[in-house]
Write a protein that binds this ligand. Structure first.
Ligand code: SF4
Ligand code: SF4
Length: 99
């Protein structure tokens, strides 16, 4: 008879903890804070970033590029083109670990 293995449930925070980062001192994503403040009603970046790097504080978007998963979700969803977005320089950024 086949032995059933129990599958451990893992939440997103734990999964993100498996990755490692070589953080570049040069920011690879920059925000135009003026556009964010004056033109953006949705602040959709706060919702779409899977790494939770965009935070709302007193109505202002605070961003930290460290921990970026390089998925591009913020770039494609920003309605005001307020992001200057590129991949980190070679050798920097996320290193995914599987399993
Ligand atoms: S969605 Fe774009 S414009 Fe709006 S707060 Fe985020 S980065 Fe700024
Ligand atoms: S590229 Fe992805 S992980 Fe990085 S800041 Fe944008 S939404 Fe977040």
């Amino acid at each position: 008879m086949r032995e059933e293995k129990e599958i451990k449930k893992v939440d997103v925070e734990e999964k993100l903890g498996w990755n490692s980062f070589n953080v570049d001192k040069e920011e690879h994503i920059k925000l135009d804070q003026k556009k964010c403040r004056e033109q953006c009603e949705t602040k959709i970046c706060v919702l779409v970033c899977p790494a939770n790097l965009y935070q709302l504080k007193d109505g202002e978007v605070i961003f930290n590029y460290e921990g970026c998963l390089e998925c591009g979700a913020c770039r494609v969803s920003c309605p005001k083109e307020a992001l200057s977005w590129s991949y980190p320089r070679g050798g920097f950024g996320i290193r995914y670990r599987y399993g």
